[in-house]
Design a protein around this ligand. Structure first.
Ligand SMILES: [Zn+2]
Ligand SMILES: [Zn+2]
Length: 171
């Protein structure tokens, strides 16, 4: 009886969060062939962005559904650190110099896919318009990040580590 109740409530949660409709969840459950997977382990999977904004452009996602960077808290700091390490490992494979690397998260409502994804990019960007989709705005005072719709991965780590959350406003 208890088991039935639990699985019903899980199913309800699933439906409410929209996980079953999530395109990125399908990269590791059911529709993997639709993705150009370039890296994978038990917890994360990376694939090429369908519409690359830069020389190389990959998306690294956790194999659990998390809506966005806005949902992350201090306890997720290690996960984001791990994503940064994997991103660098991937860029190492393509021999991308450190000065030509950019990694970060879009912040809702400016995210196009609603499953946490780290953009892992080798510069240059393909155009100025594409570059403007990934603005890294430095912080000031006690803020690690200024007003922007993109949080660079190291900014994200610093913000989470001090117990704050990532948003478009300075944080
Ligand atoms: Zn998902
Ligand atoms: Zn994005």
């Amino acid at each position: 009886m208890t088991t039935t109740t639990r699985s019903e409530s899980d199913a309800a949660k699933h439906a409410i969060s929209g996980t079953s409709l999530c395109v990125f969840c399908q990269a590791y459950s059911g529709n993997r062939d639709a993705f150009n997977v370039i890296w994978e382990d038990a917890d994360f999977i990376a694939f090429r962005d369908r519409s690359p904004a830069s020389l190389h452009h990959f998306l690294l996602i956790p194999k659990i559904h998390i809506d966005s960077v806005k949902n992350l808290t201090k306890q997720d700091t290690d996960m984001v650190r791990r994503m940064e390490t994997i991103g660098n490992d991937i860029l190492n494979r393509y021999q991308v110099p450190h000065t030509h690397r950019r990694m970060g998260f879009h912040i809702p409502p400016f995210n196009s896919a609603h499953h946490l994804h780290l953009h892992v990019q080798a510069l240059p960007y393909t155009s100025l318009a594409r570059r403007l989709e990934y603005p890294v705005i430095g912080g000031f005072g006690t803020f690690d990040k200024g007003f922007s719709w993109f949080a660079e991965v190291s900014q994200t780590i610093r913000i989470l580590q001090r117990g704050s959350t990532v948003g478009t406003f300075p944080c």
